[in-house]
Design a protein around this ligand. Structure first.
Ligand code: MN
Length: 128
């Protein structure tokens, strides 16, 4: 079974870049463009990893992450935060909200798949 990745991103151009970066690796890629949709798709599909844009309309990526972490199913699911600009204190805020890793935009099409693969293999080790 290919690993399922949920990409949460409200900017269609960034979504395209993220899909393009991950498509060659054979993952099943799910997409959400806001927080409510992200929660719904996560609950229904139980992704193995989530890429979370922090700047979202309505509910922020930080709040979506906090809500996911309250659910037993998602207590250990790797969540990679993406932020539009590196702000002082961003890293602390995203880690505190429950994200495991942090990348700042612009999205690096080389770094994103590398971090995704790393997080998925760490998870596999945890489960043995
Ligand atoms: Mn955004």
């Amino acid at each position: 079974m290919p690993k399922k990745i949920l990409i949460v991103e409200d900017n269609s151009q960034n979504m395209k870049v993220e899909l393009m970066a991950l498509r060659p690796y054979g993952y099943t890629l799910l997409q959400a463009t806001d927080g409510e949709e992200a929660l719904e798709i996560a609950v229904n599909n139980k992704p193995d990893l989530i890429i979370m844009d922090i700047q979202l309309p309505e509910i922020s990526g930080l709040e979506v992450t906090r809500r996911l972490r309250q659910m037993p199913t998602f207590s250990h699911t790797p969540i990679i935060a993406l932020t539009a600009y590196a702000m002082r204190g961003d890293r602390e805020r995203v880690i505190e909200a429950g994200c495991d890793a942090y990348l700042s935009k612009p999205i690096s099409t080389r770094e994103l798949p590398r971090v995704v693969a790393e997080m998925l293999s760490e998870r596999r080790q945890d489960n043995t």
